[in-house]
Design a protein. Structure first.
Length: 617
């Protein structure tokens, strides 16, 4: 058979023209793929490129040990280094875009010197034992991922769903493996599926594969100078950047995902830290010749740091609006028009700062400027987190599910939640970027089995607007594979906010001036996620206000039974709540929070008893 040589399939810049073609899902070896979107790769013509890609695809679909590519149809492949490199680029483009190559290494391949215009490739398969069984399992996992996609969605919505799904269900892999084979897997889509974690190359590879499965064209982008990879996605005649790795910044906190790098232009990607100037596609084409669009720059997903999920015919997103408190979480049902990039938003519910404020663990008086309310949608029920509890929202009704117990509270607050197999997996940690502890809550068979529901105040106003970015200024500096972000937050008068960013810890400084001061510091330590802390001076600490009217009696803190006076019955209600046998509505929870620290605990129980004893003396 001749001598085979092993060659790295590294990409390099080459041809400038990239044509477009139809995309079809790859479901079987008989599937015919239109590879005209690759254009002319390197020294090979567009016709040669397409024929070679077809041969490689068919060989991978049949799991051939030796794949013969090229013959007289291709006007011959010459035994030049240029032709060799071009074939390698085509091989990598096919492997990283279609599911038939998901168990194949895209980094190295053995080949035989061309003869009579043909070339023989010997793929390096990642699994050699039980290949068929492993392959079928992987196909089933891919089916699961794309099963949530509605084929009637626009391509932008398909890309959004899959972007958030991968960010929620998979994590960045910081593991140092002992062998080269183990290390190789962290760079592959197969390794991502097998371990549920991998590095940037694997994020991009898997995203490329699932996008092609739902009929959306995409290609991998690589930058050697920053050692990073992401995707270009083709929607309605334009290309857009997507970087799931850098949007999955809250490592190991499922349900939390940013959208700073979703369907963005070259300029925006540069601003978010992709500052290199050597962006090339897997095929070797320069990205800078594609005129990447900024059409979706103001998509409704901006400023969302939790997963956006399909809900009741629209998209459920949690927003924090500039004109409201920076820790107010709005539950929004978004109807998105991809043709105009406009969104009709219906406000379903909101959680004010009292419920949506995450305090810095074991640092009294300090809280983060972001709200970390995280949703998990099951049918028509929205499960969501507050710092210490999980609730269910359905049809303008809230049901309390559970509070963190005393032992869990010693490990931090709730950061992240998701549902799988009728179980809620929730995550407790001391900070949004620290390693969490995982817990599981078994859901009832249906929402009707939850204990008691109480009415909540909702707003159902609908407005049609072109979605705009928030007023928050974000500065980003990046090195390596992960992003460090510093946010400057606008605050109300007489509140001093100082934010400091470091690679491992967060610090805050309280001042006593009456003017607003904002300080931002950016650190370029790689592979870290940075948070922002906010503190208020004692004079401006948020408190609950009570409105008194002529027709209604004043609201009395601690009056939970509604009889306009404090009694032993109120003490019993708080006691039952602390023991897990009583449910409190949002209004009742606020009334029970006598210490005004945003948490109903034993201190409020003691405070209520003291008030009652003093009144009875």
């Amino acid at each position: 058979m001749g001598n085979f040589f092993k060659k790295s399939a590294a990409a390099a810049a080459c041809c400038l023209l990239l044509s477009q073609g139809a995309v079809y899902p790859a479901n079987a070896a008989e599937t015919t793929i239109d590879f005209s979107y690759l254009g002319a790769v390197g020294s090979l013509s567009a016709e040669q490129t397409q024929k070679i890609a077809e041969d490689i695809y068919q060989g991978l679909a049949e799991h051939q040990e030796i794949i013969k590519v090229g013959n007289s149809r291709t006007n011959y492949i010459n035994s030049t280094s240029d032709d060799m490199d071009s074939v390698m680029k085509i091989y990598r483009s096919v492997v990283s875009a279609w599911d038939v190559g998901i168990l194949t290494s895209r980094r190295t391949i053995s080949y035989q010197v061309p003869h009579n215009g043909s070339m023989q490739l010997a793929p390096e398969y990642l699994e050699t034992e039980n290949y068929n069984a492993v392959y079928q399992n992987i196909m089933q996992e891919l089916d699961t991922i794309v099963s949530g996609v509605d084929m009637n969605w626009s391509d932008a919505e398909k890309a959004l769903y899959l972007h958030d799904y991968l960010a929620v269900h998979y994590d960045y892999d910081y593991t140092e493996y002992e062998t080269s084979d183990q290390t190789e897997l962290k760079h592959t889509a197969y390794g991502m599926l097998k371990r549920e974690k991998a590095v940037c190359e694997a994020y991009a590879w898997l995203y490329d594969v699932v996008l092609h499965r739902v009929g959306v064209n995409a290609m991998l982008v690589e930058s050697e100078s920053i050692a990073h990879g992401w995707n270009l996605v083709y929607i309605d005649g334009n290309w857009y950047h997507v970087d799931i790795t850098w949007d999955d910044v809250y490592n190991n906190h499922p349900g939390m995902v940013q959208h700073d790098n979703f369907l963005k232009s070259d300029e925006i990607m540069t601003n978010t830290g992709h500052t290199s100037t050597d962006w090339v596609l897997t095929s070797g084409h320069s990205v800078y010749d594609l005129n990447v669009s900024d059409f979706y720059a103001d998509g409704f997903w901006n400023n969302c740091i939790t997963a956006i999920q399909p809900y009741q015919g629209g998209w459920f997103a949690i927003h924090s609006y500039p004109e409201s408190s920076n820790t107010t979480a709005w539950f929004d049902l978004c109807s998105f028009d991809a043709d105009t990039c406009t969104t009709e938003i219906q406000h379903l519910n909101s959680l004010d700062a009292k419920w949506a404020r995450w305090y810095v663990f074991e640092k009294e008086g300090y809280y983060y400027s972001n709200t970390y309310v995280t949703p998990a949608i099951v049918g028509d029920v929205i499960y969501y987190t507050t710092p210490e509890a999980v609730f269910a929202w359905k049809d303008q009704q809230v049901t309390w599910l559970f509070n963190l117990d005393s032992e869990q509270l010693q490990n931090g607050y709730l950061y992240g939640i998701y549902e799988k197999n009728n179980k809620l997996y929730y995550y407790v940690s001391t900070a949004p970027d620290s390693e969490p502890d995982e817990y599981v809550y078994e859901l009832p068979e249906s929402a009707a089995e939850t204990e008691t529901t109480t009415e909540t105040t909702t707003t159902t106003e609908s407005t049609t607007t072109t979605t705009e970015s928030t007023a928050t200024t974000t500065e980003t500096t990046t090195t390596g594979k992960k992003k460090t972000t510093t946010e400057t937050t606008t605050t109300t008068p007489e509140t001093t906010v100082t934010t400091t960013t470091t690679s491992t810890t967060t610090t805050s400084t309280t001042t006593t001036t009456s003017t607003t001061t904002t300080t931002s510091t950016t650190t370029t330590t790689p592979e870290t996620t940075t948070t922002t802390e906010t503190t208020t001076t004692p004079e401006t600490t948020a408190t609950e206000e009570t409105t008194v009217t002529e027709t209604e009696p004043p609201v009395i803190s601690g009056d939970l039974d509604g009889d306009n006076q404090l009694s032993v019955n109120d003490v019993i209600i708080v006691q039952k709540y602390l023991l897990g046998g009583q449910i409190l509505s949002q209004e009742e929870y606020q009334l029970a929070d006598l210490t005004d620290d945003g948490i109903v605990n034993i201190y409020d129980f003691v405070a209520l008893k003291k008030i009652l004893l003093n009144e009875n003396e």
